[in-house]
Design a binder for this molecule. Sequence first.
Ligand code: PLP
Length: 390
Amino acid sequence: MKGRKLLMIPGPIEFEPEVLRVLGAQTTSHVALNFITAFGNCIRNMRKVWQSNDGQPFIVSGSGTLAMDMAASNLIENGDNALVISTGYFGKRYKDILERYGANVTILEALPGNTVTIEKIEEALKNKTYKLLTFTHVDTSTGVFVNPKPIAGLAKKYNVLSILDGVCSVAGEEIKQEEWGLDIVLTASQKAIGVPPGLALLVVSLKAMTVWEQRKTLVSNYYCDWQNWLPVMKAYEEGKPSYFGTPPVNLIFALEKSLEIIVTEGIEERVKRHQNIAAAFRKAITSLGLKLLPINNSIAANTLSAIYYPEDVNGGDFCTKMAANDIIVAGGLLPELKTTYFRVGHMGSVSTKDMIATLSAIESVLNTTSFKFKLGDGLKTFQQEVSSVH
Ligand SMILES: *Cc1c(COP(=O)(O)O)cnc(C)c1O
């Protein structure tokens, strides 16, 4: 197709045609039986994708930031202590959100491309009593991956609620919410979940719901208050009509379709596909002589990669030239390094063919610069790597 571009940014991503087709259908009533059924299916399949049998899902109009806001506004009361473990841009955003609701925030910040050590986190938890901690599974600004399991374990040990910002990881990276003991895992529709922007999605543990029930003060954010949304989620799950704010009807049908695709692929298979594609892509990038932002592969995300430009390559030009090759990639996001790197999203419906097209464009663009590399090396490495895992 002439002029067709491939959207390879860390959200929004390329969506499955079946998901997009559902979006274009005639809008039904939000209390029609077929809509109620679709909503209930979304709730049930979210539990499967999050791997939480007894968690309470919430599906609300909004972006990932609203999901973060909803978790904070429902759990924080004025003066509560909160610990933010930050691996980049979105960690800092969580600090701002929590403070808006009156939390005293302690932030542990990793150096760009690195994580905060588990020892540092434990030291912080020993020194002060916190109501909750937040951390980012995949920080989209750095491509850094954090293993949630040990942090969730520490949170349990110190009786602190754990909130995982999984906006760039849910349905792409391994998550076992219940087994690992994560209290909230939140995301947005436009990333690995594979639905156009517009939905904030959370699954909340029974423990976190109890903490919310025992609040002494009203939730100060009217729209986010679970008091308003919990009856709606429960009713839809039971197949009954309900209303608080009009749900985004077509997006819910699209979510139903996308979750069905995810569950049919199988969450384990899907995670494996992300891991294989990401590992092969990192190898290919390294074989070209490029450097990744995460300091080593064990903390590199499988849903996106952050890659430094070669020293003499102009960053602004690079993304424009990629777009001229019909591949849309993202520039840097971390303020202190913004102009020194670019980001490639590889999540959701991503295929090896998408990655080959992307690598080919990266090589073509680099070939127009003074950067020295062997044309074809990245593509060759990628194809060898992916064929060795299939
Ligand atoms: C994208 C993203 C967000 C913000 O989501 P929006 O939908 O843009 O509001 C938050 N955290 C992480 C890790 C993200 O990748």
